[in-house]
Structures are given as structure tokens and as C-alpha cells.
Design a binder for this molecule. Structure first.
Ligand code: X8Z
Ligand code: ZN
Length: 602
């Protein structure tokens, strides 16, 4: 925003508010909120159905209908935001004030209140999502791969050439997104400015009950505590991969090439666990993938087992419609957005669904818990007004299911008949193995979940020229993750486009918050239960007291500042990395020992 406009906008708002104070009353505000509520209840479910069809059946027509709904929906929300602003100067009941603020600020990618720009934005957004969902790359006419086919290679292969081919192949789908993405950001920044923000970055970070700059500082400060743990892990993994692949492919210094870490985005390294941890003679973790295969579990069985965990905490069972209307298996005859998601289609009728192309393995067993975390959050806050039917902040929403995965301990696996008592005992004898496996997913995700929005915000803020966009992505990946591109990226590469949340416009800091919060929740609930052993041995499974505490907090939705919600559950208002460090304490000691003669860092 130009300085002139930055200066003008608050005055405009002030004038428009002072002007309107004579006309609007507290009762008008209440009537307006009631109207918003009524509209959301009656019209919301139809919009959700249009988006459900858009993601479940990617066709020319489903995209056309969704783009139209999206345009009309966003214009309506923008009008509501303007009306909400007319009450700015009124003294109101704090809950009404909070509701109005959410109506004014709760946007991700707003166009200005303009028919043409809203239409253009809706079309671009729909198109980008479909480009990702439909993404395929062909090396030759009969050698084509979609994401799942490429992931099958990246997750399992140990052949560096084959890995590089798959890694580079998937990134071809990002290239055609670049121009559209930049145009969308351009319109979005204008929309954010019209709402009174400096731009999209300011809008995104203003949704955390504290000034955007303070939130940004908090997020960075917490990472400083976790950095030594991550650096120790990176150092050890690099050394072991060097051992396996040799100096030419993984030099034992600097950043690790991104194609060798067992995940398309190198955001979880759990698939290379067997390469980096070999001391299993004293006991090894239970292989959940193997158990799923041995038991012949179906995708629905996996969902039911996860649901049962929530039921053991006292949550209400999911309605039949959840199982009837969710998508659990990748369809063979049509294109869908396979990236897992949870949907609150109709809160009044509790029409809740997940959409996921479940693979029968440990990773997806965790992801099912993650998705059900969203679903049970929806269930818990269903009696709140619609504006408050959100997470205390978006990180809370992402943390619920992940919290439960921390309770998938050997004892829990024994309780649900995934392991015999002997197998559980063997697993417990090697806590480092258990923690290593967990850390390769959870600790590894922290710098990644932190850097993604740093890249996005640099784009939003116009800090990069078009030709710098991709290089800056890799600069951040090196800086935060110690992970590098395995090859020189082509000039037209747009690698961020190959990660769902970029074309899908899902803010990513929420996953960083979730990583931190889930450990804080876990530590506190374990304390509530009177658990006294090491944190990683605690499971909240079957503990109604823990369930009650969790549910009470979830039921607030966004009706309170997140700091209040956090305090109500765990007694502190601060986000801190301490609980995560406590959880991994034995691994930290082990890594220090392993790395003592290595030169760490990159
Ligand atoms: O996108 C997700 C969930 C849906 S909210 C499956 N996650 C992030 C990702 O896949 O990149 C969960 C972990 C991080
Ligand atoms: Zn999620």
C-alpha cells in the first residue's frame, strides 16, 4: 500500500464510523449478527456442498459451479465485513465486538469488493486447486505419474537416480501455476488493503489475538528453543545418509539433498527411519504398517479405530452420515483432490466428513487421527454461534488429532490389540528408537512449517522479483531446514506450487503452532491424569478426565482469545517449546552422544 493510502484508510474508516454512530445502535449490531448467523445456517451448507463436489469430482462443470459459488460467497462476506465496520465506534458487549471483529478480519485471500476482480480471483483459485488435484507428469506418452504414483517412489525407493527423477517430475506441475499465483496475490493484497490491512501478510498474522508483529516474534522465539534439537537431528541423519549413499550424493556437511528423505517435500523423514537408526537389538518400535496388513484392516476399519480413541475420551460417536458421505479410498474412475481434509458441511445437522485417499500404512493411520481431530472439534463447538465455530486459533484446530497420536504408545497398541504384551515390552525397552521415529516426523516438521509462510509472506510483501521467487524458496529451505534442492532448478520452476497448501491457499503457520501446542496439551493432560513417568510413555487413551478437559476447551471454539482457551486447559497463556523438549529429552541426550565428534550445522 502506498504511504498515502496507508494514511488515508484509517481516517476513512474513522470518518465513516463517526458518521454512522448516530445512526447505528447496539440493537442494530445484534440484529446484524443474528442475520449473519441465519444466513450461515441456511446458505452455508449449499456452498459447502458445491466445494465438496469441486474437490471430489474435478470436472469442467464442477469447477465452474464452485468458482461461481466462491465469487458470490466472498462478495457477500465482504459486504458483511463492511457492515460490521459500521459498528466500530459503538460500545458493545465484548462477545458481540469479538464476533464483529471476526467478520471483519476472518479472510484468507479476499478480493476487493468488486464484481470483476472477485470473479477473476474465484476462477484463479479454483483453477490452481484443480491444477494441483489433477497434477500429472508424463516423461513419455505412456510413462505418466500423478502425485500418489510419484510419492510411492519417493517414500520407498533407495535408488538416488530414480528418486531424483520422481522428485523433479512432480515439480513440473508447479511451473504453469506461477503467473496465476502472482495475479491472485496481486488481487488479494488489494482486497486485504480494502479491509484496512497493509496487505495479505498483515491480514494473515492479525488473526491471533495480538498485534501481527508480536505474533511473528512469538513464533520465531519459540523456534529458538527447538533449534538445537532439530540441528542435532539433521546432523545425525546427514551422517547416516552419507554412510548409506556415499560422499558424492550426500556429502557429510551442509544441507541434505531433498529427494532422499522419504517424503516429497522432505517435511517428514520417517520413511528413512531404518537408514538412520539401527540400534534395535535392545527393542524396536511396533510396526503399525505391518499390523494393518497382518490384520487385513480396511480403510474404514482404520477410521473406526481412530474414532474409538475419541470415544474413549467421552466424545459422542460420529453420525452414520459421516461414514456414508466421507471419501476414504482414492476413486479409480475420476480425479479428486487427494490431499486429506475435514469438512463441516452443516453444523446444525452435524453433516461432518473427511476426504482422504487412505493408504494402509502408519503415516495415514496418524493422518486419520489428525482429520478426526478436526471433526471432533466441529462436534465440540457446534452450539457456538457460527462466527465462533472455528479453532481458538487455526493452530489449535490442527493440534487436536496430533495430540492423540502422541498417545499411540506401545501400551495403547497393546490395549487395542495391535501388539502382544511381549511386543509392547520389547518396544518399551528402546525409548530412543520410539522417539527417533516420532522426531523424524514431528521435530522435522517444525522448521518446515515455519519457513513456508515466510516464503509466502515475502511474495505477498512484494519483496521478490518474479525471477527470485524460486531461489528464495530454496534459500529458506536451506536456512531453516538444512535441506537443499538436489539439482539446479530451471528458470521457469515454481517449486512451491508443488506443495498443496500454496495453490490451495491454506495458511501454513497453523501447522507450526500445532506442533508446539500438541506437546503442551499432552504434558498438561498427562499431569491432570496423575501420570508420573516419562512423557512419551503417557497415553490419554480411555481417560475421561483428560477428555473432559480437552472437550471443554474445544467447545469454546473461537469465542475467547486463544490465550484464554489455552489457560483454561493448561494453566498458562504462553506458547513454549519446553513441553516438546521434555518429551524428547532422552533423544536429545542420545543425539548429543552420537554427534560429539561430528561437525554439525550447515
Ligand atoms: O495438510 C495437512 C493435513 C490436512 S489439514 C493433512 N497437514 C500438513 C501437510 O500435509 O503438509 C498435516 C501436517 C502438515
Ligand atoms: Zn488439518
Amino acid at each position: 500500500m502506498s504511504n498515502f493510502l496507508k494514511f488515508l484508510l484509517p481516517i476513512f474508516i474513522l470518518i465513516s464510523c463517526t458518521d454512522s454512530t448516530d445512526k447505528v445502535t447496539e440493537q442494530d449490531a445484534k440484529d446484524f449478527l443474528a442475520e449473519v448467523q441465519e444466513k450461515a445456517i441456511t446458505e452455508g451448507p449449499v456452498y459447502s456442498s458445491a466445494y465438496w463436489i469441486q474437490s471430489n469430482f474435478i470436472t469442467y462443470d464442477s469447477q465452474k459451479v464452485a468458482a461461481d459459488f466462491s465469487k458470490r460467497g466472498i462478495l457477500e462476506s465482504l459486504k458483511q465485513a463492511r457492515t460490521a465496520a459500521t459498528f466500530d465506534a459503538l460500545k458493545l458487549d465484548p462477545q458481540d465486538r469479538r464476533a464483529l471483529d471476526i467478520i471483519k478480519n476472518g479472510f484468507v485471500m479476499p478480493p476487493p469488493l468488486d464484481d470483476d476482480l472477485a470473479g477473476e480471483m474465484a476462477s484463479i483459485m479454483t483453477e490452481l486447486e484443480a491444477m494441483y488435484g489433477n497434477g500429472t507428469h508424463c516423461f513419455s506418452e505412456d510413462d505418466c505419474y500423478d502425485l500418489e504414483a510419484f510419492e510411492n517412489i519417493i517414500d520407498n525407493s533407495r535408488d538416488a537416480d530414480e528418486l531424483l527423477r520422481a522428485w523433479s517430475g512432480w515439480r513440473e506441475i508447479g511451473k504453469p501455476m506461477k503467473e496465476k499465483y502472482l495475479r491472485m496475490v496481486d488481487i488479494g493484497n488489494k482486497g486485504a488493503q480494502d479491509l484496512g490491512f497493509e496487505g495479505l501478510s498483515d491480514l494473515w498474522f492479525s488473526q491471533y489475538d495480538m498485534p501481527a508483529s508480536e505474533f511473528s516474534e512469538t513464533v520465531d522465539r519459540v523456534y529458538e528453543d527447538l533449534k538445537p534439537l532439530y540441528e542435532g537431528l539433521q546432523c545425525h541423519v546427514r551422517a547416516e545418509l552419507n554412510d548409506f549413499y556415499g560422499d558424492d550424493i550426500v556429502p557429510n556437511e551442509g544441507s541434505i539433498p531433498a529427494h532422499l528423505l522419504g517424503n516429497m517435500w522432505a517435511q517428514s523423514w520417517q520413511n528413512v527411519y531404518d537408514l538412520v537408526y539401527k540400534e534395535e537389538s535392545v527393542g524396536k518400535p511396533i510396526n503399525i504398517t505391518q499390523v494393518i496388513a497382518d490384520k487385513g484392516l480396511t480403510e474404514v476399519d482404520m477410521v473406526e479405530i481412530s474414532e474409538n480413541f475419541f470415544l474413549s475420551l467421552g466424545f459422542d460417536p460420529l453420525p452414520d452420515s459421516f461414514y456414508e458421505r466421507s471419501l476414504f479410498v482414492k476413486p479409480v474412475d475420476r480425479a479428486v483432490v487427494c490431499h486429506a481434509s475435514a469438512w463441516d458441511i452443516d453444523s446444525v445437522n452435524q453433516d461432518l466428513r473427511i476426504k482422504m485417499c487412505i493408504e494402509k500404512n502408519e503415516e495415514d493411520f496418524s493422518t486419520i487421527h489428525h482429520e478426526l481431530g478436526h471433526i471432533f472439534y466441529y462436534q465440540a463447538y457446534k452450539d457456538q454461534p457460527v462466527v465462533f465455530q472455528r479453532g481458538a486459533n487455526d493452530g489449535f484446530h490442527e493440534a487436536v488429532g496430533d495430540l492423540l497420536t502422541l498417545s499411540i504408545t506401545p501400551n495403547y497398541l497393546e490395549q487395542i490389540d495391535f501388539a502382544t504384551a511381549t511386543e509392547a515390552d520389547i518396544a518399551k525397552q528402546n525409548e530412543v528408537a520410539f522417539l527417533m521415529k516420532k522426531a523424524l516426523d514431528s521435530v522435522v516438521a517444525t522448521p518446515w512449517t515455519l519457513m513456508l509462510d515466510k516464503w509466502r509472506m515475502a511474495v505477498f510483501n512484494g519483496e521478490l522479483t518474479d525471477s527470485e521467487l524460486n531461489d528464495y524458496w530454496w534459500e529458506l529451505r536451506e536456512k531453516y531446514q538444512g535441506v537443499r534442492s538436489p539439482n539446479e532448478r530451471p528458470a521457469d520452476a515454481f517449486d512451491p506450487g508443488a506443495k498443496y497448501h500454496v495453490p490451495g491457499n491454506t495458511p501454513y503457520t497453523r501447522y507450526y503452532l500445532a506442533r508446539i501446542l500438541q506437546y503442551q496439551f499432552h504434558e498438561s493432560l498427562c499431569k491432570t491424569m496423575g501420570f508420573e513417568g516419562p512423557l512419551h510413555e503417557c497415553s490419554i487413551y480411555g481417560n475421561e478426565l483428560a477428555g473432559e478437559k480437552l472437550r471443554t476447551m474445544l467447545a469454546y471454539g473461537q469465542s475467547k482469545p486463544w490465550q484464554d482457551a489455552l489457560e483454561s486447559m493448561i494453566g498458562t497463556r504462553e506458547m513454549t517449546g519446553t513441553s516438546m523438549l521434555n518429551y524428547y529429552a532422552p533423544l536429545v541426550d542420545w543425539l548429543n552422544e552420537q554427534n560429539k565428534d561430528r561437525v554439525c550445522g550447515w
